[in-house]
Each structure stands twice: as structure tokens, then as C-alpha cells.
Design a protein around this ligand. Structure first.
Ligand SMILES: C[S@@+](CC[C@H](N)C(=O)[O-])C[C@H]1O[C@@H](n2cnc3c(N)ncnc32)[C@H](O)[C@@H]1O
Ligand code: SF4
Length: 419
């Protein structure tokens, strides 16, 4: 009998197939028939395949089978890889693919002309907030696939960006999705924190996937702050806003306190939808005070709900102009004595820094090679001048070389249309 287990992984028996669960966030299903067929073809034996106690079990005596099937699974992982929370296909981006990590907003790095660099290791979310700006989560209607970037490759690009941007950086883990779904999140926090140009490592998270052990690991790795997205202190309203019946508000609130106790600062970041949760503002402030949030940075970062073209824009959401929103925050500051609620970049030690020079001008026509499918219908990702370009309204295929017109370059995110 051969027993196989990979590090950070376990196998589950699903009857017709075996599932390899990798780092709790990714999985790949292999049909037992397929594995048996490839073994039979090479070794002329008909094995029985099961999974038990996390191991893959194959009832053959030949020890060569172990090496062979290990190689087969590792080699074919890319084809079968899926996100455990969204169930979407995952494209694993690594150095061998020559995919630049600047230019696109679903993965890689974003420089918005300050000392803060956004770091996006993966897409995909465990929740489906009714107002989500990027229509994320298991109930997304627009997002078709997810990406995961290999950690060494991500750090290689980060290093280049950091060298250009200089010292005193904040590396902020956020994304079109939930950063805690990144399979190497602890290692990533540690690698960023150890970078000589990084002072602060922070993360934007919904907090659901935190637990005491993970918090301890993140604190040890050097995570400085979590901007925690909590949108109601009423369990039922929170379930409705997070779009998930099993959203556990109490767990998230407990984790908020655990973060503070572990020395990771917390900034509570509720999205305010007037008429829905604006009446909870004082309760959020009280909660933030009670747990000791805001030790080095502000304790609260109320966000004004905004509709987005490819987001979920619920009918309940009433729009409030920013002028009115800031007035509301100032009134709250006066009433509660909690300051600052009107946040400015200085509160986060943020200042302007020179931009990584843009690779394209708006209106420019360039020849791009299509390297990956995009996340939404009609979108593909192209490469030119060592930058990614999101090409919209296209039916090009991977490998095609196409002429495109750059229609957007803001903050080094490039969008183009075919010409
Ligand atoms: C897209 S999420 C990604 C990070 C993580 N999943 C989270 O929710 O914290 C980034 C932030 O944007 C906020 N957000 C999402 N949709 C929004 C909207 N329509 N208007 C304003 N803020 C929004 C979220 O609450 C979160 O604080
Ligand atoms: S707002 Fe954040 S937590 Fe909510 S669905 Fe979007 S990405 Fe997920």
C-alpha cells in the first residue's frame, strides 16, 4: 500500500474522486478513474484508490508508483486548481509565465503615487456583501475565475517597486477579494515586514477567517494593522449585509479584540449605507473604544457607500454626497469626542512619492500579447512593455498578438480596447 501526503495539504475521499486540499484555501479534484488509468498504463496494474486520514492510499506494492503519481498530481495541479470558497477555477501565476505584476487591479502591485503600495496576492472572497464594489464571493455573477500569485514571484516584483519608491513604505494587503484567502498570507506578511524599505504592513479584511492561531502567526510575522470591515453590530443585519447566512458577527468581534491583544492595531471600517446602518455609528465607536482599537492609527474609518459599474448595487442603498458624509462625520466627532473620524493621509503616515513612470499614454495604440483570460466576460489580459493591460470587449485568445488602444492609465492600471 502506498500512502501519499504533501506538506500543507490533505486528501479527502469524495467517492468518484479524491480531493487535494492545499493550504486550506485551494483544492484540486482528481478522478479516481483518471489516476487508476495513468497508473495502469505505465505499471500494468489496476490499483484501487482511496483517501483516509488526509492520505492518498493506493493499493499497489511497487514503490515507483509513489514517485510517479506524486509527479503526476503536482504536474497537473494547475489544470484542476480551484478556490475553496468561490469554487472558481484558479490561475496560479509564477515566474515561468512571464506575467508582469504591474498594470492590473485583480492581482500584483498598485502604486498610487504615495509611500503606500497595495499588494494583491489573490482574488476571491469568502463573503458576498450586498454592496461589494467588486461583486466578489461565492454568489458573484460577474467574476469567472480567480488568480493566485506565487509568493516568491510577488516578492520579486515588490522588491523592484520598493527599490524605486525608496524607504519608509507601507505594504497594504488588500484586493478584489479577501486577503486572508491568500494561501501564503503569513509568509507574505513576514517577507514584506523583513523588506528593508518597509516600515508598516497592514491588511484590509472582513475578519471571518481569523482564528487565535492565525492571529498569533500574523503578529509574529509582523502585521501592524488590520482595517477590519464590520458593517453592523446586529447579527441579523450583519448577515444580510455580508450576504452570507453563516456570517458569524460574534466571532469577528472576538477576533477584533484578539488582534488588539496580540499587538496588531485595529481600525474598524464600516461601510455606511444611510437608512441602513448610520444609526449604529455611535455603537461602532463605543466598541472600538472598548477593545482598545486605534493605538497607532485612527480607530475608525467609516466609508461612504459608493455604487460601482461592476459591483453589486443593492436597491436599499441610498447615495449620500461626500460633502454631507463629511458633515455627518464632523458632527459625530463633536458628539462622541472620538477623533479623528474625518481621515486624512497624514493620519496613516502617508505622503506623496514619485510614481513609477507610466508605460503608456491614453490614446496610444500598442501591440500586446494575450497571456491570460480576464475575470469578467469579454476581458483578456495582455502584456506590452513589461506591463499587464486589461483588454475589454475582446474575443482574442491566449497567445494572440493584438493591436489595442489604451483608454485608461490612472495609477498605472491600464485598460485598453481592441482596434
Ligand atoms: C473590496 S473590499 C476587499 C477587502 C476585504 N474583503 C474587506 O471587505 O475588507 C475593500 C473595502 O471596500 C469596502 N467596500 C466594498 N464595497 C464598497 C462600496 N460599494 N462602497 C464603499 N466601500 C465598499 C469594503 O467594505 C472593504 O472595507
Ligand atoms: S466587500 Fe470585501 S468581504 Fe465583502 S464581498 Fe467584497 S471583497 Fe468580500
Amino acid at each position: 500500500m502506498i500512502k501519499i501526503k504533501f506538506s500543507y495539504s490533505y486528501f479527502e475521499d469524495l467517492g468518484e474522486s479524491v480531493r487535494l486540499v492545499w493550504r486550506n484555501t485551494l483544492y484540486a479534484d482528481f478522478e479516481k478513474k483518471l489516476l487508476a488509468r495513468v497508473i495502469k498504463k505505465k505499471y500494468r496494474v489496476k490499483p484501487e484508490i482511496t483517501a483516509q486520514d488526509g492520505y492518498l492510499l493506493i493499493n499497489v506494492d511497487n514503490p515507483d508508483v509513489e514517485k510517479f503519481i506524486t509527479f503526476f498530481i503536482q504536474n497537473n495541479l494547475g489544470e484542476f486548481l480551484r478556490n475553496r470558497y468561490t469554487r472558481r477555477k484558479v490561475i496560479y501565476i509564477h515566474e515561468g509565465m512571464s506575467v508582469p505584476l504591474l498594470g492590473y487591479n485583480a492581482f500584483g502591485l498598485i502604486d498610487r503615487g504615495t509611500n503606500l503600495i497595495q499588494v494583491r496576492g489573490s482574488s476571491g472572497c469568502n463573503l458576498s456583501c450586498v454592496f461589494c464594489s467588486v461583486d466578489e464571493g461565492p454568489y458573484s455573477r460577474t467574476r469567472k475565475l480567480d488568480y493566485v500569485v506565487d509568493i516568491d514571484y510577488l516578492m520579486k516584483w515588490f522588491d523592484e517597486v520598493a527599490r524605486f519608491k525608496g524607504k519608509g513604505l507601507e505594504a497594504h494587503l488588500d484586493g478584489q477579494g479577501e486577503p486572508l484567502l491568500y494561501p501564503f498570507i503569513v509568509e507574505l506578511v513576514q517577507a514584506l515586514k523583513e523588506h528593508p524599505n518597509v516600515d508598516v504592513v497592514s491588511m484590509q479584511s472582513n475578519g471571518m477567517l481569523l482564528n487565535d492561531k492565525l492571529i498569533e502567526e500574523l503578529a509574529e510575522a509582523g502585521l501592524d494593522r488590520v482595517n477590519l470591515s464590520v458593517h453592523s453590530l446586529d447579527p441579523e443585519k450583519a448577515k444580510m449585509l455580508m450576504g452570507m447566512k453563516d456570517y458569524d458577527l460574534n466571532h469577528v468581534l472576538e477576533m477584533a479584540e484578539a488582534l488588539v491583544n496580540a499587538g496588531i492595531d485595529v481600525l474598524l471600517a464600516p461601510v455606511i449605507i444611510f437608512g441602513v446602518n448610520d444609526n449604529e455609528a455611535e455603537a461602532f465607536i463605543e466598541f472600538a473604544r472598548r477593545i482598545g482599537a486605534g493605538k497607532r492609527w485612527p480607530a475608525l474609518g467609516f466609508q461612504n457607500y459608493m455604487p460601482y459599474k461592476f459591483g453589486r448595487n443593492p436597491a436599499i442603498a441610498k447615495l449620500v454626497p461626500f460633502k454631507r458624509f463629511y458633515e455627518w462625520l464632523r458632527e459625530l466627532e463633536k458628539k462622541t469626542g472620538m477623533k479623528p473620524l474625518v481621515l486624512r493621509p497624514e493620519h496613516f503616515g502617508m505622503h506623496k512619492r514619485k510614481f513609477i513612470p507610466l508605460a503608456f499614454k491614453t490614446g496610444e495604440i500598442v501591440k500586446a500579447e494575450i497571456v491570460l483570460p480576464g475575470r469578467i466576460e469579454g476581458e483578456m489580459l495582455g502584456v506590452a512593455r513589461n506591463r499587464l493591460i486589461e483588454i475589454i470587449n475582446t474575443n482574442a485568445k491566449v497567445g494572440d498578438k493584438v493591436k489595442v488602444k489604451i483608454v485608461r492609465t490612472r495609477h498605472g492600471i491600464y485598460v485598453a480596447t481592441p482596434v
